[in-house]
Design a protein around this ligand. Structure first.
Ligand SMILES: *Cc1c(COP(=O)(O)O)cnc(C)c1O
Length: 343
């Protein structure tokens, strides 16, 4: 038994999902003639109360397209220093859009309206880059699955309106946040110009991401997606997995969250653990006592067939997901509680 807790991206489709993919009605999506892609796009647009949506092969391409829509070369975007768009998209912000990032030292990957306000360059001051876009992430990835308070996002929206800035949400794991808060996705739709959503993480699809926005922005996105090489033909086989996941997999995210909480409760009681960050969704970030080596710990666990990720600087990450079963969970809890870790 191999237990992979590296990421929720390791999830594989169930046989029922594969069946739904196999049965999909498809066409050429580059001509917008794939009924299953059109169906998913419409479904997600309606869910978020947005005018339109577009299906993409990856969350990275969805975010990069949104950044391209909202900016011109030389502009600047504002985001948290941990942001995925800044750290984990291969420098795409500059490569694709010629844009720089103003980084904010937020709390667990979350930034406030006040912090953003202090980072906006005066539009007439031509010496500094023009601030054009704010990117938030919910839940935060490197911030340990933390959830934004929509009250703060409301303030950020108001600020963006005042200052003429666009607001994009990297909602790769927004599904997890919505599962916890029980908020209507339309609340998010009303606050952001564009939102990217991933289907290949907690929702358990093999591939897929969707961007929602206005008709105008999605028209621009269609052209940019083409330029990025993301126009796919019979993509309905993939989109069908997304529609299947919206129907059957959103509900079970709470299981991932419960198991993550139980792992963090246990870690909090282990003598080799220094600190566990508060767990809000399916990501657990923790650190070992300072004299213990992080990669030794990862190796020790992998010998017991449990894979977790080292984040450097003594930090470690565990991510629960739908392929992490109750049987796996019991094995992980028992293994961790019996572990002896020496300096
Ligand atoms: C996973 C992820 C993405 C998209 O990544 P892909 O690997 O391109 O699908 C974007 N933002 C965040 C916060 C993520 O965790």
């Amino acid at each position: 038994m191999l237990v992979n807790l590296i990421s929720d991206t390791v999830t594989k489709p169930t046989s029922e999902m594969l069946e739904a993919m196999f049965m999909a009605d498809v066409g050429d999506d580059v001509f917008k003639e794939d009924p299953s892609v059109n169906y998913l796009e419409n479904q997600v647009a309606v869910l978020f109360g947005k005018e339109a949506a577009l299906f993409f092969p990856s969350g990275t391409m969805t975010n990069q397209t949104a950044i391209k829509i909202h900016t011109q070369q030389g502009d600047q975007l504002i985001c948290d220093r941990y942001a995925h768009v800044y750290n984990y998209e291969g420098g795409g912000v500059s490569f694709n859009s010629g844009v720089s990032c103003k980084l904010i030292k937020g709390h667990r990957g979350k930034i406030t309206a006040k912090q953003i306000n202090a980072c906006i360059n005066p539009p007439d001051f031509y010496h500094s880059p023009r601030t054009k876009l704010v990117c938030l992430e919910n839940t935060t990835n490197k911030g340990g699955g933390a959830i934004y308070d929509t009250k703060e996002i409301n303030k950020i929206r108001k600020l963006c309106d005042q200052e003429g800035l666009a607001l994009h949400l990297d909602g790769a794991r927004l599904w997890n946040a919505l599962e916890v808060t029980g908020e209507d996705p339309k609340v998010y739709g009303s606050l952001f110009d564009t939102i990217s959503l991933c289907f290949s993480k907690g929702l358990g699809c093999p591939v897929g991401s969707v961007l929602v926005g206005s008709v105008d922005n999605i028209k621009k996105a269609l052209r940019i997606r083409k330029v990025f090489g993301g126009g796919m033909r019979q993509a309905g086989y993939l989109a069908a997995a997304g529609s299947y996941a919206l129907k059957f997999h959103r509900k079970t995210l709470n299981e991932d969250h419960r198991r993550a909480k139980e792992i963090s409760d246990l870690l909090n009681n282990l003598d080799f653990v220094h600190e566990v960050q508060p767990v809000e969704t399916n990501i657990i970030i923790f650190s070992l006592k300072s004299d213990l080596n992080e990669s030794d710990f990862v190796n020790q666990l992998s010998k017991k067939q449990i894979l977790i990720m080292g984040l450097g600087k003594g930090k470690l990450r565990i991510v629960t997901h739908r392929n992490y079963t109750e049987e796996h969970h019991e094995y992980v809890l028992t293994t961790l509680s019996k572990m002896k870790v020496y300096a």
